[in-house]
Design a binder for this molecule. Structure first.
Ligand code: ADE
Ligand code: ZN
Length: 346
């Protein structure tokens, strides 16, 4: 048993940074830093509507999810070759390893690329090769989750799934992202049923900007194993109770929520309430190149703004990240022990 009360608060920042953790909600295209966007644009002979890196970064002022997505898809348009996808993911893995991320499940958006004529094979092979290299170079365990863009049709989702299935061994599950409002989970009921039948894990963004009813239909219709974001569940006490009772994970992204104006400031974030209600909440970076930081930046900013979160909650959030992962029970047990050692030694 770890005596959390005996660990002084002065150790909190160090523990947040150095303890092992998993990241379960990172869009790999959202890790594309402006410097790499310009480098890839040059490599691929593309011109950008921004004079330089600073001008691009200055455009990162978002009022909601859609205003972000418009810039995010424009940034991703510089990705053309297998080597581009590999380079992007390797840059993320270097930063994640520095944050002591030992396990990562990466979202990728193939339709963003296939719509521009990039073969799905280039996307998946570049990312899969990077996952193998992350294991070799950083001892970081990584896997891929293919996301369907919900602003496109269900037929388009079936189409990209078909294109991706020859590479089935390289992804462990499917997710649902992009513009949430007006695109409820049930729009994708049949394609998710097919994915479940194929033995893929299933997750979905719900309750980021959309109502609690979208979280309920993600659970009841798509039968997801995790909810991405899900913070709007607080508007329905019955739903909070259901999520807590089932230990349904919520992959929360604090800096993202503030940058996309889901909350006016970090001090108003509902993460402490969700954790106190017994939900399996995890901390994640979402699109770190756009939202002001990687995983440890999210932990530090959250704990700085919310004094009700202490050492016990830090341990709980990191433990949840392993519990909620799609890794084997054996791997989870190893990480839980590693995590406990980090806190016991503090
Ligand atoms: N795609 C990338 N980031 C996203 C987010 N936060 N919500 C929905 N779709 C996304
Ligand atoms: Zn997301």
């Amino acid at each position: 048993m770890i005596d959390f009360d005996a660990i002084p608060r002065s150790r909190l920042n160090g523990l947040l940074r150095s303890a092992p953790k998993a990241e379960l909600h990172i869009h790999i295209e959202g890790s594309l830093e402006p410097e790499l966007i310009f480098e890839l644009a040059q490599r691929n002979g593309l011109s950008l509507p921004y004079a330089n890196v600073n001008a691009l970064r200055a455009a990162y002022a978002f009022k909601d999810l859609q205003s972000f997505l418009d810039i995010y898809y424009a940034g991703a348009s510089v990705l053309r070759t297998e080597a581009d996808f590999h380079a992007m993911a390797m840059a993320y893995f270097a930063r994640a390893a520095a944050d002591h991320v030992v396990h990562a499940e990466l979202f990728f958006d193939p339709q963003t690329h296939t719509e521009r004529g990039v073969p799905v094979q280039a996307v998946i092979q570049g990312l899969a090769r990077a996952c193998a290299d992350a294991r070799r170079l950083h001892d970081l365990d990584a896997s891929l989750i293919l996301c369907f863009l919900r602003h496109l049709s269900e037929a388009a989702a079936f189409d990209v799934l078909e294109q991706a299935l020859p590479h089935r061994q390289h992804f462990i599950g499917v997710g649902l992202d992009s513009s949430e409002r007006g695109h409820p989970p049930e729009k994708f009921a049949r394609v998710f049923a097919k994915c479940r039948a194929l033995g893929l894990h299933v997750v979905a963004h719900a309750g980021e900007e959309g109502p609690p009813a979208y979280i309920e239909s993600a659970l009841d219709v798509l039968k997801v194993e995790r909810i991405d974001h899900g913070v709007r569940c607080v508007e329905s006490p019955a739903l909070v109770q259901r999520l807590a009772a089932s230990r349904m994970p919520l992959t929360v992204c604090p800096l993202s929520n503030v940058k996309l104006c889901v909350y006016p400031s970090m001090a108003q974030h509902q993460l402490p309430a969700l954790l106190a209600a017994g939900l399996c909440v995890t901390v994640n970076s979402d699109d770190p190149a756009y939202f002001g930081g990687y995983l440890n930046d999210n932990f530090v900013a959250t704990f700085e703004a919310l004094p009700q979160l202490g050492v016990r909650e830090a341990h709980q959030l990191m433990r949840n990240s392993f519990e909620a992962s799609f890794a084997s029970d054996q791997a989870k047990a190893g990480w839980h022990a590693q995590l406990d050692r980090a806190f016991a030694g503090a």
